[in-house]
Design a protein around this ligand. Sequence first.
Ligand SMILES: NC(=O)c1ccc[n+]([C@@H]2O[C@H](COP(=O)([O-])OP(=O)(O)OC[C@H]3O[C@@H](n4cnc5c(N)ncnc54)[C@H](O)[C@@H]3O)[C@@H](O)[C@H]2O)c1
Length: 338
Amino acid sequence: MAGIVNVGIIGAGRIGKVHAQTLAYRIPSAKIQAVADLNAPAAGQLAAQLSIPVATGNYRDVLENPDIQAVFICSATNTHAQFAEEAARAGKHIFCEKPIALNLKDIDCALEAVDRAGVKLQVGFNRRFDSNFYRVRLAIESGEIGKPALLHIISRDPAPPPVSYVKVSGGMFLDMTIHDFDMARFLIGAEVEEVYTLAGITVDPAIGEAGDVDTAVIMLKFANGVIGTIDNCRRASYGYDQRVEVLGSKGSIATSNNYPNAATISDGSSVRRDLPLNFFMDRYTESFATEVAAFIDAVANDKPVPVTGRDARVPVVMGLAAEKSYREGRPVKLSEIG
Ligand SMILES: NC(=O)c1ccc[n+]([C@@H]2O[C@H](COP(=O)([O-])OP(=O)(O)OC[C@H]3O[C@@H](n4cnc5c(N)ncnc54)[C@H](O)[C@@H]3O)[C@@H](O)[C@H]2O)c1
């Protein structure tokens, strides 16, 4: 095991704090040397809380710090591609939150810079590190359920985001479904060739007025013959609904939601339990910590990262194809997108 990995954080918002806390409290082989946020007081607060030596309003202070080997890009999506490119040029290993960008041109520029610099890049598709979904992957990889035939992903948010968020989100397919596109290729271990989308507005007409959809089923045709569905809705009144089922030639594997407790209450009128964990910060807490640990391990021990630049790009292609399929009312091959 190499020594301590010195890291810098760019973006001290919601996810930046989560990753910083993991690094500070749970990964002894990492040390945060600096945190930057355009909102300098936010950087200052996080630095004070976690005893980070440098807080700054300028991300370049992180990239130019010679003590830092790896940066966590946790700022707003529209900064990721530029910051990743600059970080690569500065010779830093990169953990970049998803997505690198909402268009392929910017993603490709960033990936080229990473390749040229020979640095590591891991993208924040944290659901791969969720213990339930990882178990599904193992069952498929090991042949435990035979040859997979059908995949069903249910991925529903508890409540729709504000319309102000929808307007800058890149649309539901690139904002929300992108995690499910990543899950689909990760779980099956093969690429999707074609998608067909049925989508509409069932939750909030204002989302439709903003040009987006809030409800969709996306059918997936994999190169290895597997047929898949992704079922998305921006509202599930009972909480965050995140389930997967795969049918294979020798059996099936299914995961249910995660709950705050395992209690069931039985009385004369019903048998019931409490609602599932409400949203991603609760449901995926452990997966966020595990992905960060995997990145630090890859840097410290010069191992390949578990989520690559290609893994960052393909779900964006799938999202663009799903959007095109919805707009044009027909199946769309990924090869039509590029
Ligand atoms: N993997 C996941 O499940 C997951 C979950 C949440 C967020 N994210 C991603 O993480 C990113 C951040 O999301 P968030 O929810 O933490 O948002 P947020 O708004 O809470 O935080 C973003 C922070 O970035 C800072 N920032 C913006 N521009 C900057 C710049 N030029 N230089 C330095 N700092 C800058 C903002 O001031 C803000 O503090 C988004 O790309 C989002 O898609 C991923």
